[in-house]
Design a protein around this ligand. Structure first.
Ligand code: T6T
Length: 330
């Protein structure tokens, strides 16, 4: 355990309790007209992940597949090897060519993915945006995502609770141009601006690469030895931050809060390299996205926007929040 003494951990635990599952409609009822127990036609739905092999999207796939079985629809899932619009575009183009009834997609760039997704809508495919979004999402019948700004603010509050005296913090974003990265950073920095005891260094981006995240944190520690906190905005950024701190031997000094709760993040939490995780509800995002797309295909009015909540996980409440952890397979 690092210099987060028991008092700091108690403060974090209290905050985690206060913030648990806040920030969204996590009722799981689809928020509207979707779903409805197997009455749908045997629609074909394509799910295009932001990236393959990321436990967030794997867990989302599990939620979509479970809902698809209940609803009697077919789902196929694909994802590129990297979070990159140049790699996601041909996948969407080939989905459009195969003419499914619906497309659920996490766009990897707010502008770069507009053309292929608009082409899907133009071809009569019902589009649902899950997790990430576009600058112009008007072609989508629904958008389902976490309260990303709220999650960013909660991440700052966790660092603040562990370091009430304030200090210098660093945000490691996942990648510029991805809506979730920008929203989480905004939420974090807006909350930080309310407390003059804290200063944020210029945000850096790990480019969804753990090694790059680690490099950013070790070089920041050299330039800013009094760093007290790091916010990693997704799986890769948070894992990179934890790795960098381990390499620099600075776990005692720096509070790390990361978005997401995959196995590596949970391991870092247990080891004390990370003090809090903002766990999203990826299965629920997928389920609700599917329900709304099907509602649209059934001629019902889909819910245009649904926001899901998050859970702040600490060492203290980890045992009670096993359901919030991401899965590596369905
Ligand atoms: O944080 C999630 C997702 O919400 C984000 O849009 C991209 O990164 C993740 O998939 C985690 O790696």
């Amino acid at each position: 355990m690092n210099r987060n003494t028991s008092a700091k951990m108690a403060a974090l635990s209290a905050l985690a309790l206060a913030l648990t599952a806040c920030g969204g409609d996590d009722s799981g009822d689809g928020g509207g007209s979707g779903g409805g127990g197997g009455g749908s036609e045997a629609y074909e739905i394509a799910f295009v992940q932001g990236v393959a092999g990321d436990e967030f999207y794997i867990t989302m796939q599990c939620g979509i597949e479970e809902a698809a079985e209940e609803l009697g629809v077919e789902v196929t899932t694909q994802g590129a090897q990297q979070f990159d619009p140049a790699l996601q575009t041909p996948i969407v183009d080939s989905v459009v060519a195969s003419a499914p009834d619906g497309l659920l997609i996490a766009p990897t760039d707010v502008t770069g993915m507009y053309r292929p997704i608009q082409a899907a809508a133009d071809a009569g495919i019902a589009v649902g945006l899950v997790d990430t979004t576009l600058e112009d999402p008007s072609m989508a019948v629904t958008q389902v995502a976490s309260d990303n700004e709220g999650g960013g603010a909660a991440a700052f509050e966790a660092i603040q609770a562990a370091n009430p005296e304030g200090g210098t913090v660093l945000v490691v974003g996942h990648e510029p141009g991805i809506s979730t990265s920008e929203a989480r950073i905004k939420g974090f920095l807006d909350a930080l601006a309310e407390d003059p005891a804290f200063t944020a260094l210029e945000t850096q981006y790990a480019q969804n690469d753990v090694a790059e995240g680690a490099r950013i944190v070790t070089s920041t520690l050299q330039a800013t030895p009094d760093l007290i906190g790091v916010f990693g905005t997704n799986l890769f950024a948070a894992e990179g931050a934890a790795t960098g701190l381990r390499q620099a031997g600075a776990q005692e000094q720096v509070t790390v809060v990361g978005f997401d709760a995959g196995p590596a993040q949970v391991e870092a939490l247990e080891a004390g390299t990370v003090q809090a995780l903002v766990a999203q509800q990826p299965a629920e995002i997928g389920r609700q996205g599917l329900e709304q797309v099907i509602a649209s295909l059934d001629g019902e009015e889909p819910e245009a926007e649904i926001q899901t909540g998050f859970t702040i996980i600490t060492q203290e409440n980890l045992a009670d929040n096993q359901d919030a952890l991401y899965r590596s397979s369905c």
